[in-house]
Design a protein around this ligand. Structure first.
Ligand SMILES: *Cc1c(COP(=O)(O)O)cnc(C)c1O
Length: 429
């Protein structure tokens, strides 16, 4: 498969954009080769500037649960745009979207819309610190919560694949209050909490890890966090930027039947436009300015285009059977991939929750980031290139989740598995 135009565009981009991209993992560094420059997307398909097409399992890193250019989302955005793209003044759309979120996630009693997941987590943690009068934050190894200074510690995929333990430019003082425990390790959490009584404001967790490849919470882990947080007067923050509206309509809180104190949202919530949000207990959210003293603001927050795309997306997701369909197609994909890996004797540990999936090239199990790191990343790079040449666009890192959309029909999955059969065969040589 020729990608001459992509190579030329990448060369040009590198003269003006650092690494040729606006977000690191897009540059394909960990799998080698040039990134694919996209011309357009439709449904499950991506079309590149060289006229090649690919079945897309990145889906813009999660937001596009309805696939590319879904007609209802496009129409909603067009209609909103014609009426003005931003006012910096309240609109009815914000309350409408807030209502939908609250209906799906009862724990979100009040919400503040922002523009990215990064903004959502940093604002939620500011609020948690204000509400508790404490400074400490406990996060998990391999969990990514955006690129705010205080959270750029053991932050999974983007950072890990570049081999940067942390980032230069983050002063030690910014992360001095950030503690890290292994995912799925309640004993480690308990020890940290007991050794620092009264210091920790919040436990922030991706309830299903999605930025180290998919890390499935072991039975009891999330419940244990809920119990420990309550016991220690700590707020439990679910970072559902990836899992919200993805692994169930009500996210991980619905799937696992838990009630976090604060919730961070993004990705699917914006239907492909830049949106984040944080919300949760009313008494806490009432502390956010101007209702309360915790400052947080945004020029384009709650803007009409993003609200329209979010509304159209959540409306489509509220139809009967949508999540069952996603679950079914994703299961046939992951079962099929595991069968093929076994056929070719490739080490494979499949992890899936809802329509998020990973295939770790290791015999597994993978319950935390250090186990994920046992994967054969060199073999993954070859598999990734082989899949690309077969017309399947996977995330260009072993440590990123894959996503299935409602546009990935049984036919699309079947075509993917035929491509995977050829790709596994190709990497034998
Ligand atoms: C993507 C992601 C973020 C960051 O969101 P941005 O919109 O990229 O800033 C935060 N948390 C989780 C769990 C994510 O997957």
């Amino acid at each position: 498969m020729r990608r001459k135009q992509s190579a030329a565009l990448f060369a040009a981009a590198q003269t003006l954009l650092p690494g040729g991209v606006d977000s690191p993992v897009r540059a394909f560094k960990s799998v080698g080769g040039d990134p694919v420059f996209i011309e357009r997307g439709k449904g499950a398909w991506l079309y590149d500037v060289d006229g090649n097409r690919y079945i897309d399992y990145v889906c813009s890193w999660g937001p596009l649960i309805l696939g590319h250019a879904h007609p209802e989302v496009v129409a909603a955005v067009q209609q909103a745009a014609a009426l003005g793209t931003s006012f910096g003044a309240p609109t009815a759309r914000e309350t409408e979207l807030a209502t939908r979120v609250h209906m799906a996630m009862p724990a979100v009693e009040m919400i503040r819309f922002v523009n990215s997941g990064t903004e959502a987590t940093m604002s939620a943690l500011r609020l948690a610190r204000a509400a508790t009068g404490r400074s400490g934050i406990l996060k998990f190894d391999g969990c990514y919560h955006g690129h705010a200074d205080m959270l750029l510690v053991s932050a999974g995929s983007g950072v890990a694949t570049l081999g940067l333990p942390d980032s230069p430019g983050v002063p030690a003082s910014a992360t001095a209050h950030t503690l890290v425990a292994p995912f799925n390790d309640l004993t480690a959490v308990r020890e940290i909490l007991e050794s620092r009584p009264g210091e920790i404001a919040a436990i922030i967790v991706e309830p299903v890890g999605g930025n180290a490849g998919v890390l499935v919470p072991q039975p009891g882990f999330l419940d244990g966090l809920r119990t420990l947080a309550t016991e220690h007067g700590i707020l439990l923050v679910f970072d559902e930027v990836m899992t919200g509206f993805r692994i169930a309509r009500g996210g991980a809180q619905e799937r696992y039947g838990l009630r976090p104190d604060l919730v961070c949202l993004g990705k699917v919530l914006g239907g492909g436009l830049p949106v984040g949000a944080y919300g949760g207990r009313r008494d806490l959210m009432q502390m956010v300015a101007p209702a309360g003293p915790v400052y947080q603001a945004g020029t384009l927050s709650g803007n009409p285009l993003a609200m329209a795309a979010g509304m159209a997306t959540l409306a489509a997701l509220s139809r009967e059977g949508v999540y069952e369909g996603l679950e079914r197609q994703t299961t046939s994909l992951t079962d099929g991939l595991a069968t093929l890996a076994a056929k070719y004797g490739v080490p494979w540990y499949g992890a899936r929750v809802g329509s998020m999936f990973s295939g770790f090239l290791t015999d597994g199990p993978v319950r935390n980031f250090s186990e994920a790191r046992r994967s054969d990343t060199e073999l993954f790079a070859r598999f990734h290139r082989a899949m690309l040449d077969q017309g399947v666009y996977l995330a260009p890192s072993q440590f990123e989740a894959g996503f299935v959309s409602t546009a990935h029909t049984a036919d699309v999955i079947e075509e993917t598995l035929a491509a995977a059969d050829a790709a596994f065969d190709a990497i034998q040589e």
